[in-house]
Design a binder for this molecule. Structure first.
Ligand code: HEM
Length: 505
């Protein structure tokens, strides 16, 4: 069973566990934390593992080197996405991040790339700082809604960079729609869960009035929320995109936003007005703002969690900020190179608890041979990003949040590559990573300059400890935890905050 024929030669599949009958192999995996099972298998079988789930070939990759050998160096045949049974029922076909490797994907990817490549992403920095300022105002006024404010911050950046739409400072209806739309889908979009649903497809088709038919009801709700999430911005665009006389066709959107860039390009290409163009426009805009929202906010929540769990880190960070920019102004992007400890924090916030612990699944489009082993066409490739981020030979005491691991003894950043693998691999690597990195840096530096994050205290002034818990699904983030947010500046109010921000501009 462990041998496959290719061009007459028998090559072994990579080592791995014996296939269990029927759905047993999928059920044997804790779908809340599949990376733990795969890491244990790694100890037995090595860094590249073959497993068969139902009738599906799966290759699990536990090392960054092998992930890059396959998905980057051989990206021509490792860039497909597999069929994911939960995509359609949950209304997620809007998301080209899950589309097969083909023409539609290529067009969307090109659209996104032109707006979010490194040089173009710089256009968004003033807007990102403006939103970070709003985040501080929100945290100052209603610190108890911290989690919601972080969502608003990243959704605001997404909506602005994609649609030039300014969200309300709080409780924006579009932001609420995005959050609702993503919440249900994220939980079932893992390949393991989707394979189970694929094997038991009747679950997705049970009438929603049947007691216990949660999946079917969730799917129906998710479809409705996703439709709203796509419709609301489109309606906004229809109402606002052209100046009052549509025959003038003059865009009123900011030049730098994704929609405007695509439309300008579309007006000069043969695809203008075609159905394909419209579809690519719809897919790339809705994917970009959905992909920008909850991902970036999850990283910021992990940062806040790390600060609450070990307050000494914020003190070191604040000491560096004070020594570089003083206390009379907010730092800005030009200060970034002089604040290496903050970059250590940014990198740890990405690495410590990767928000896509199993990356996003790839699939092969041809047979391949790696290290003498056969890799079949159509195999799912699972990059175990968690294992890569917790590789003790690269990150000793990996479960600790330690910004210094990125720093030399003189306090400067080492030459090590930042944990880019948390953004994926090869031709599918996250095209929003430059925007995300700047959003995370801006939020972190603004927060560290302004606030201390701490545990809630009991009646005797003692910290109340808590055990963090996490959401599960294709993306992961901390569940709400109790915290205090204390301004560093005495009597800080909105006016003082504005002065600091203006002085930093
Ligand atoms: C910290 C924040 C973010 C993280 C950790 C993250 C991570 C990822 C990962 C792991 C993938 C899959 C890569 C692969 O298949 O190998 C991905 C894809 C994608 N991301 Fe992000 N992302 C983030 C923010 C963003 C932002 C801000 C945007 C907005 C433009 C974005 C847009 C996309 C798109 C469009 C794809 C699909 C790419 C494709 O399939 O070709 N992401 N992201």
């Amino acid at each position: 069973d462990n041998l496959r024929r290719k061009k007459g030669a028998s090559l072994p599949l990579p080592p791995g566990p014996k296939p269990l009958p029927f759905i047993g192999s999928v059920l044997a995996i804790d779908s809340n934390k599949p990376w733990e099972t795969y890491s244990k298998w790694g100890e037995l079988y090595g860094s590249i593992i073959y497993a068969r789930f139902l009738n599906q070939d799966v290759i699990i990759v536990n090392s960054e080197k092998i992930a890059k050998d396959l998905m980057e160096r051989r990206s021509k045949i490792y860039s497909d996405r597999p069929f994911i049974a939960t995509v359609e029922p949950f209304g997620w076909s809007f998301n080209f991040a899950l589309s097969p490797y083909g023409d539609l994907w290529r067009t969307c990817r090109r659209f996104i790339h032109q707006t979010f490549r490194p040089e173009s992403s710089l256009n968004f920095r003033p807007m990102q700082l403006e939103k970070a300022h709003q985040l501080l105002v929100n945290l100052l006024q209603t610190p108890e809604d911290c989690f919601a404010h972080v969502s608003t911050y990243t959704a605001a950046i997404g909506m602005s960079s994609v649609y030039d739409y300014d969200v309300l400072p709080r409780n924006d209806p579009m932001v609420e729609t995005i959050n609702k739309a993503l919440f249900l889908g994220i939980r079932v979009m893992t390949p393991e869960r989707s394979m189970l649903l694929g094997a038991l497809p009747f679950l997705a088709r049970l009438p929603s009035w049947l007691p216990g038919a949660t999946i079917s009801r969730d799917a129906e709700l998710s479809r409705r929320y996703v439709a709203d999430m796509i419709e609301q911005p489109l309606k906004y665009l229809q109402d606002n995109i052209y100046q009052s006389d549509p025959s003038l066709q003059t865009l009123t959107l900011a030049n730098s936003c994704l929609t405007s860039q695509i439309l300008q390009k579309g007006q000069h290409t043969e695809t203008d007005g075609s159905e394909k163009f419209d579809e690519a426009l719809r897919l790339s805009t809705s994917t970009a703002f959905a992909a920008a929202a909850e991902t970036t906010s999850s990283v910021i929540r992990f940062f806040i969690l790390a600060m609450v769990l070990d307050p000494s880190i914020q003190e070191r960070a604040y000491a560096q900020i004070k020594s570089v920019t003083g206390t009379e102004r907010m730092p800005n992007f030009e200060d970034r190179d002089s604040l290496p400890y903050i970059d250590g924090i940014v990198r740890e916030s990405m690495r410590w608890q990767p928000i896509f612990p199993m990356g996003v699944v790839h699939a092969t489009t041809s047979d391949d041979i790696y290290d003498g082993c056969f890799i079949p066409k159509g195999a799912m490739i699972f990059p175990n990003v968690w294992a890569m981020a917790h590789d003790e030979s690269i990150f000793p005491n990996a479960s600790e949040f330690k910004p210094e691991r990125w720093l030399r003894s003189d306090g400067q950043l080492t030459d090590a590559e930042p944990p880019i693998f948390t953004f994926g691999f090869g031709r599918r690597i996250c095209p929003g990573r430059h925007l995300a990195d700047a959003s995370i840096w801006a939020a972190i530096i603004y927060c560290l300059t302004t606030f201390q994050f701490g545990k809630v205290k009991d009646a005797h002034g003692k910290d109340i400890d808590f055990v963090p818990t996490y959401t599960s699904g294709v993306a992961r983030q901390p569940e709400r935890f109790p915290l205090r947010i204390i301004p560093r500046i005495p009597d800080l109010d909105v006016d003082k905050l504005s002065q600091l921000v203006r002085a930093g501009e």
